[in-house]
Write a protein that binds this ligand. Structure first.
Ligand code: F6R
Length: 609
């Protein structure tokens, strides 16, 4: 999520770090900082805002030295601020660290360190690592790093600098990217290739559990037990722009492919150890709190609103609380019946959407309790809501929302289970099935993204159509809405989503020969009805692409084409069923030569009404 750079060599580190960080700003951009060893001590400079703010701050007194580390931040723990910006150090300033990821057990470690008298100067999980280094220090940098790694849980790429051994940087990773750039008399570390591609194309791609000891003349890689690891040199052949997109042609495609990792991050620390349990440490709700809630409102815009519709279904089904959903721009002007017995949940990737923010303020004014589901730590919506649940999807750059949506679905499902259990409305058995199936989701998404040939063929075949319909019932209808939005916003094909049963109340008049109709059929309880609707459009000679669960033996007899998604519980099907629709939109847009990442007339963050 954040960007990391390290340098050790004969040149001044500061300009190299800043240059590398500028190539990583797409990974995070709410604050930035560098640390350089100046011959006596480690000089740390950092500030909130984009990298440019740091450049201005240090202009004329740039830290001098030939070894250093840098970081561009995308906040996960602690809002964007000077004090929460990386690098972080222990109180003596001996150990400095930059980190990308989440230290799951940081609260427990922080408590332990506080008891031992450590004083913290930030709200981050990362600072705990620097203090733990000081706590565990045995006079040897490498052995201390290893002791610390043994004590931390979570996901991370970490780079350590130690004032006592400034001839080296030590770096390691788990579930986060990390590369070492191999130079002549100098070496580089980065969370992503774009940061170093201007200096070298010879790299080591680090794997989980590997520790690299990087000096200016050598890079040694070993495991936690000191066993040497023989790394293969990987020669980067992409250009800088492609590297920024991780080798993908567009950010949208990159973000689609980031979904296994993104949903894993959303679930991290929340899926309880005991099957069937969900933990939201940030909520701390009691049964009494929930008993006081008579009604829930879920309010959002666009894709986030579609996630809200699914969320309503989950909360009503699992927790038996009445839920109203609203488009944010409508909610605020309709004089809603909201009072202190209501809970208002707003969903927003950016946390800055002006209508959603206004709806949140309106609900607060009317006395409701409020909660935000957002991706951007410290965003306006996150700051103003009483409670926040972060999706941890990482920065989403493409205008069309993909990984933000799937992670919102995961949060809403987990919330449904959490509230359902607290209210005693969800059976243990169903809760267990749901959490068990949730654990499978990242791997199932991964498998689906491995095989996209069929979707590319459909995109070519139907890419020249001017109209398309998306149909579904129950949860499938909400996914249809999202599929249609994706298609229209990036390919400019006119797409409409309908609750399948609604078609014959007027819209069927538009169904003509050759019209592509995407029918979602993953919901067993309404399956026969959906098939009847499918037949209705087939009878008008539309071309039907069905999205169905693997193992469905009926569907290929009635649809022209079928895209199968891995078998899962019907409640989780939306998380998988949306993937082919995202890809279909993407490849259709490519076929039509559209600007996928920046569709006409649209902006990523809608901060005007
Ligand atoms: C569509 C899309 C938009 C956003 C909407 C809300 O792909 O991205 O519909 O979902 O503008 O934005 P956030 O979630 O930032 O409030």
């Amino acid at each position: 999520m954040c960007g990391i750079v390290g340098y050790i060599g004969n040149q001044q580190a500061c300009p190299i770090l800043l240059d590398g960080m500028s190539k990583l700003e797409y990974r995070g951009y709410d604050s930035a900082g560098i640390a350089v060893y100046d011959g006596k001590r480690i000089d740390i400079e950092k500030c909130v805002g984009r990298l440019q703010a740091l450049r201005i701050k240090i202009q004329g007194h740039e830290p001098q030295g030939t070894v250093g580390i840098g970081h561009t931040r995308w906040a996960t723990h602690g809002r964007p601020s000077d004090r929460n910006a990386h690098p972080h150090c222990d109180e003596s300033g001996r150990f400095v660290v930059v980190h990308n990821g989440i230290i799951e057990n940081y609260l427990e470690l922080k408590e332990y360190l506080l008891e031992k008298g450590h004083r913290f100067s930030s709200d981050t999980d990362t600072e705990v690592v620097a203090h733990l280094m000081a706590d565990q220090y045995d006079g040897d940098f490498l052995s201390t790093v290893k002791k610390v790694i043994r004590r931390i849980d979570g996901s991370y790429s970490l780079v350590f600098l130690c004032a006592d051994e400034p001839d080296k940087l030590i770096t390691t990773k788990k579930d986060n990217p990390l590369v070492i750039g191999l130079g002549e008399g100098e070496n580089f570390i980065a969370s992503d290739i774009p940061a170093i591609i201007g200096h070298t194309r010879r790299t080591y791609i680090m794997s989980d559990g590997e520790i690299a000891i990087v000096t200016k003349d050598a890079v040694r890689v070993e495991d936690l037990n000191g066993n040497p690891i023989n790394k293969k040199v990987y020669n980067v052949t992409w250009n800088a722009e492609a590297a920024e997109k991780g080798g993908f042609e567009h950010f949208m495609l990159k973000e689609i492919y980031e979904q296994p990792k993104a949903v894993r991050e959303t679930m991290r620390g929340r899926l309880g150890k005991e099957e069937g349990t969900i933990d939201f440490p940030e909520l701390n709700w009691t049964k009494a709190d929930l008993r006081g809630i008579k009604k829930v409102f879920i309010v959002a815009c666009g894709t986030a609103y579609h996630a809200g519709l699914v969320g309503k279904y989950y909360l009503e089904k699992f927790a038996r609380i009445p839920v109203e959903t609203d488009i944010a721009s409508e909610f605020r002007y309709r004089d809603p019946l909201v009072d202190s017995s209501c809970l208002m949940i707003v969903i927003s990737q950016s946390g800055e959407t002006s209508d959603t923010l206004a709806a949140l303020r309106e609900a607060k004014r009317l006395g409701a309790r409020t909660m935000a589901v957002t991706n951007v730590v410290g965003s306006s919506i996150a700051r103003e809501a009483d409670q926040v649940v972060y999706t941890y999807a990482g920065p989403e750059i493409a205008v069309a929302s993909t990984k933000a949506y799937t992670t919102q679905l995961i949060v809403m499902l987990m919330l449904g289970i959490y509230v359902g259990r607290l209210r005693g409305e969800l059976s243990d058995e169903l809760a267990r099935t749901l959490t068990r199936d949730l654990r499978e989701i990242p791997e199932q998404i991964h498998a689906m993204l491995e095989d996209t040939e069929q979707i590319k063929i459909f995109a070519k075949r139907y890419g020249s159509s001017e109209n398309a319909f998306f149909l579904g019932r129950s949860l499938d209808y909400f996914v249809a809405l999202e599929g249609a939005l994706k298609l229209k916003e990036i390919s400019y094909i006119h797409a409409e989503a309908y609750a399948a049963g609604e078609l014959k109340h007027g819209t069927l008049a538009l169904v003509v020969e050759g019209l592509p109709v995407i029918v979602l059929a993953t919901q067993a309880d309404v399956y026969p009805k959906t098939i009847s609707n499918l037949k209705e459009v087939k009878a008008r000679e539309a071309e039907v692409i069905a999205i169905a669960l693997q193992g469905d033996r009926e569907i290929d007899k009635v649809a022209d084409h079928v895209i199968y998604v891995p078998k899962t519980d019907k409640f989780l099907a939306p998380i998988l069923a949306v993937l082919p629709l995202q890809l279909l939109a993407y490849y259709a847009a490519l076929t039509r030569g559209c600007d996928v990442d920046k569709p006409r007339n649209l902006a990523k963050s809608v901060t005007v009404e």
